[in-house]
Design a protein around this ligand. Structure first.
Ligand code: GTP
Ligand code: SPV
Ligand code: MN
Length: 562
């Protein structure tokens, strides 16, 4: 594959089925002291808030893997900027890789090229080293022409030396090192030092029918709807929704106390399945050209296909699945595209890209949303009582496991701030950092929790989602304007009856969407008590524990009809 060709046309990459997602169990933060990297779990408990490696283990792991690992391959040297080249908020990295797929994808996802070196001069940059770990001649059979080395895969970040070293996987966040490894893991450590926030959040601008524009940032775990919310097409008339970013936000308070956000990325690496002209027409238009597809299916007329595109392919084309199965049909029982298949395309191609998406100052954030896939008990939307309660809500985020990492099944997993796989330092210290943002003179954004994924007894979604999520954003914007459309409940502020615009939604079961089953919330609190004490141990900030105790007291008053 040649670099120039791949950015003019679209390209379909199919990976070795052994290399299809981030590998959390093989991702490590390297520090001198373990407590810097991860909280100390209760004794006998396996920690889930990241993995730590010592400097010595790291050096040994590199020594074991890297000598000779690029033999016979081309090494690409990729200078890149996270954030617009030369902006004071931007950071520079240089990635060495032996994967042309990575070089081409980084060209889309970051600002890459020699102008980055001009800006860098003798300045500081994050050193990124990546190899697919498959020197020539091959010692392992090549599957789908996708070299990788799953047995030896590791993704390591060392904040103290400002280095990222990744081996064995060519996939997504494992190899496009500007994304999760730099912008979140290394980024969060720099942010803590410098007093700002590096977050797993989309950024979206919404202009209401009165012409008032506000920006919202939202943290949802992987495959929980960030890209979709960032590119939302409103089903309510008169709203304009514009996209600043779909995955990562770097945010800092300016001298006027306003939280301002930039999207450090230059492209979207979006989940393909489920994306179509009804759910996300903007994403479909963004990936029409100059796109690198990974693990989607292809059609006999030269197009792409994935689950959700059934209405968008002509019935006379034949489909080749991501596994290369020709004349694929649904009756095979296997999916055409891998559930974590992706499109990688330039943000500038998004029809709703915000005019300020590259603004050096960032955009002002009025509200922060947390959310996840919660099939039971968690209402469509609620607002925090305070910043501190909002940080508690962020710390309590849970979601059904998804295909974006190696987990199997539909278990509900804790994912504080949607950052569990991406913390670059001790998650307890991270919560402290968030709590410390509350300072006099700052205009703190309001904090909300949303859940598009509550289900009815038959297993169907109670809420239509996608473009109809504007109805929830509309309520949130009203709250930002100070409108009295909220009423207290034990878990937070809920919409007052009639304040959520549900015009035209006929079969909505409002009670099922908003009720707070006491039993569910008692279990939720119990589970959080166990989770916080087992996983964060002494690193849990007292204020978070106090919020949990307050919630426990409040839900004891829950009646059966809430
Ligand atoms: P990552 O890129 O992995 O971080 O995921 P993401 O958070 O950007 O999620 P994305 O927007 O790609 O959505 C993931 C899946 O959830 C897709 O299959 C979507 O079609 C589906 N989805 C997104 N928003 C909604 C919604 O409002 N309702 C429902 N039911 N599904 C949604
Ligand atoms: C995610 O898993 O949150 C992604 C995909 O956006 S990856 O870049 O592989 O991390
Ligand atoms: Mn996404």
């Amino acid at each position: 594959m040649s670099l120039t060709v791949s950015i003019l046309l679209s390209w379909l990459a199919r990976t070795d089925p052994a290399d299809v997602a981030r590998v959390e169990s093989r991702t490590f933060v390297v520090t001198k002291r373990k407590q810097e990297a991860i909280p100390t779990p209760k004794s006998g408990i396996q920690g889930t808030l990241g993995n730590w490696m010592s400097m010595e283990q790291w050096k040994a792991a590199i020594q074991e893997r890297f000598p000779g690992c690029m033999t016979g391959r081309t090494m690409y040297v990729i200078p890149y900027s996270m954030g617009p080249v030369g902006s004071p908020l931007s950071k520079i990295g240089i990635e060495l890789t032996d994967s042309p797929y990575v070089a081409a994808s980084m060209r889309v996802m970051t600002r890459m090229g020699s102008d980055v070196l001009d800006v860098l001069g003798n300045g500081e940059f994050t050193k990124c080293l990546h190899s697919v770990g498959s020197p020539l001649p091959l010692s392992r059979p090549l599957v789908n022409n996708w070299p990788c080395n799953p047995d030896k895969t590791i993704v390591t970040q060392c904040p103290e030396t400002n280095e990222i070293v990744s081996f064995g996987s060519g996939y997504g966040g494992n190899s496009l090192l500007g994304k999760k490894a730099f912008a979140l893991r290394i980024g969060s450590t720099i942010a803590r030092k410098e007093g700002w926030l590096a977050e797993h959040m989309l950024i979206v601008g919404i202009t209401n029918p009165q012409g008032v524009k506000r920006y919202i940032a939202a943290a949802f775990p992987s495959a929980c709807g960030k890209t979709n919310l960032a590119m939302l097409t409103s089903t309510l008339p008169g709203y304009k929704v514009e996209c600043v970013g779909d995955d990562i936000a770097w945010m800092r308070f300016d001298k006027n106390g306003v939280l301002r956000a930039i999207n450090p990325e230059n492209g979207f690496f979006g989940v393909a399945p489920g994306t179509n002209m009804e759910t996300n027409p903007n994403a479909m238009k963004t990936c029409e050209k100059n796109t690198i597809f990974t693990n989607v299916a292809k059609t006999s007329d030269g197009g792409v296909f994935w689950e959700g595109m059934e209405k968008e392919v002509s019935p006379d084309v034949s489909i080749t699945s991501w596994l290369g199965e020709e004349k694929w049909t649904k009756s095979s029982g296997r999916s055409a595209a891998h559930p974590n298949s992706r499109f990688c395309c330039p943000a500038s191609q998004c029809p709703t890209i915000d005019p300020d998406w590259e603004s050096a100052d960032g955009v002002p954030i009025s509200a922060i949303l947390f959310g996840g896939r919660r099939p039971y008990g968690v209402p469509l939307v609620y607002e925090s009582f305070s910043w501190r309660h909002g940080v508690f809500i962020g710390a309590s985020v849970s979601s059904e496991a998804t295909a974006a990492a190696e987990f199997k099944g539909r278990v509900i997993m804790h994912d504080p701030f949607a950052m569990r796989p991406f913390f670059g330092y001790n998650a307890g210290h991270y919560l402290e950092h968030w709590l410390s943002m509350e300072k006099p003179g700052r205009k703190l954004p309001k904090i909300f929790h949303v859940n598009w994924f509550r289900k009815n007894a038959k297993g169907g979604y109670l809420w239509p989602g996608f473009g109809d999520n504007i109805r929830v954003l509309d309520w949130i914007l009203k709250r930002c304007e100070g409108e009295a459309v909220a009423q207290p409940s034990p878990i937070g502020l809920l919409p007052k009856p009639g304040s959520l615009n549900t015009d035209g939604l006929n079969d909505l079961d409002f009670n099922e969407l908003f009720n707070l089953p006491q039993r569910f919330w008692q279990d939720e609190v119990k589970d959080l008590e166990t989770y916080f004490s087992e996983q964060f141990g002494d690193d849990l900030p007292n204020k978070i524990l106090a919020e949990l105790q307050d919630l426990k007291k409040r839900i004891s008053h829950l009646g059966s009809d809430y």
